[in-house]
Write a protein that binds this ligand. Sequence first.
Ligand code: DSN
Length: 419
Amino acid sequence: MDHENLRTVDPAVADALAGERTRQEETLAMIASENHVSEAVLEAQGSVLTNKYAEGYPGARYYAGCEYADEVEVLAVERAMELWGAEHVNVQPHSGTQANQAVYFAALDPGDKILSLELNHGGHLSHGHPANFTGQVYEVEQYQVDPETGYIDYEGLHEIAEEFDPDIIVSGYSAYPRTVDWERIQDAAEAVDAYHLADIAHITGLVAAGVHPSPVGVADFVTGSTHKTIRAGRGGIVMCDEEHADDIDKAVFPGGQGGPLMHNVAGKAVGFKEALEPEFDEYARQVVDNARVLGDTLADHGLSLVSGGTDNHLVLVDLRESHPDLSGGDAEDALAAANVVLNGNTVPGETRSPFDPSGIRAGTAGLTTRGFDEDAMREVGDLIHRVVDATAAGDHEDVVYEVGERVVELCGEYPLYER
Ligand code: DSN
């Protein structure tokens, strides 16, 4: 990754990339949707396939010269089918949101009804938020987590479905720390003759490794992004049964997208190959073990976890009980200054705003890729608590400095890229 040519042509961008590399090396990437891909995935993404237009699908492209693009896409599809056991996979969506868009376009008409989890309760913008096209093109109703337990309120979901009569129910979440019971949501969908879209963007890797139950074969459509826990090239993916295959393919192209980003498809293929190795299952198990230890450590320090803990790769801390005057945004800023990069996040029953929320969300996929184990995560939990506590007390400069120094040391013990 010396970027020799880039440095000659464009030193400004070369400097920014060098800065980003150092930033990733010397900070803890704990944004729950991020990970560190391998050098092989990086090479595939930065390859000559960025030059190639390949509208269409393998064997049926609109342009000549697609023989190698075809090879790469077939590999990505076959590997995805093996990883998730899906009958049909489309690997062309540019992102998880574009994957969701394809499902809505294939399954719904404008004005149809979406039932999805509220954003503050762990949902996602592309599940029907007013600021997203889904909130403007479709009629949206939302379900919630149980305010007492923090778990999905499956009974409430069932009742709302009966009243609202949706055309599609969306499950799968971006800030939900617990195992999802896909069958219960499928039951609710079947009871009202609605489709079920399970968006596993965050937990693709956990599902592939069998450390979270799979919605494939349960829900009608399963979408995901490919760069989070599955650790492949950046983008999205749609999975479905054969009966929906044509509709999904048409909805991705030409319905919603133009030419596929074949360099990203190559990155997906390579990451999927890596994820088929037995070591990946160990990795995914470690991600979950690390998140549990992180959650336990924060809870031992008196921080309140939404749902009381975690079953997956993330913890969601509600600061209101332990540090009522500290916002998630301020905690995020102080932690970033201490080289711990996570995000302020809304929490169920949010009383602040999305720009200044009451919680922080932290994931363990990136640190686990670097080799962090339970002992290291315990220390990370201690460091996070120190910064949060000092920031709430309004006296955090020294602590931020000390923690920041320790984080750089820790990062040195778990290096990222070799060259
Ligand atoms: N931005 C991602 C996340 O952080 O959850 C989802 O798109």
